[in-house]
Design a protein around this ligand. Structure first.
Ligand SMILES: [Zn+2]
Length: 126
């Protein structure tokens, strides 16, 4: 699949993720998508146009925790995406559970904590 097609697939799936977030009572704003003045490198998934950081709000409150993003992360994984909340950053940053606001597409990578045991079943996520 070409990068352009993969980018379009990613955008379509992000649309679904956004609708799901609103259905369960969240509001969102966009964080980083493409590189440039942001913190991401050109060869990262952000650089390829295949990752997005979403800022999460509920009842007007900005939520930054890994736990708050978890329903969206699990939904995203069911759709085939990779969720930054699975990144094990505990070694580098004790107490920090991954990058919960990061959603990427097409990595085809299973993160350390993303095992069949930790993955949600359909009933839990929907
Ligand atoms: Zn990110």
């Amino acid at each position: 699949m070409s990068l352009r097609k993969k980018q379009s697939e990613f955008v379509r799936e992000v649309g679904s993720l956004i609708l799901f977030a609103y259905e369960i009572g969240y509001e969102l704003t966009f964080g980083d998508t493409y590189p440039g003045k942001f913190k991401h490198k050109a060869n990262s998934y952000h650089g390829k146009g295949l990752a997005i950081d979403l800022n999460l709000f509920k009842n007007g409150k900005y939520l930054t925790s890994w736990e708050a993003h978890k329903p969206l992360g699990e939904y995203w994984e069911l759709m085939g995406g990779s969720w930054g909340g699975r990144w094990d950053m505990n070694i580098r940053q004790p107490g920090h559970q991954g990058d919960g606001n990061h959603y990427s597409w097409g990595e085809g990578k299973t993160f350390k904590k993303n095992t069949p045991e930790t993955r949600p079943n359909q009933e839990q996520a929907f």
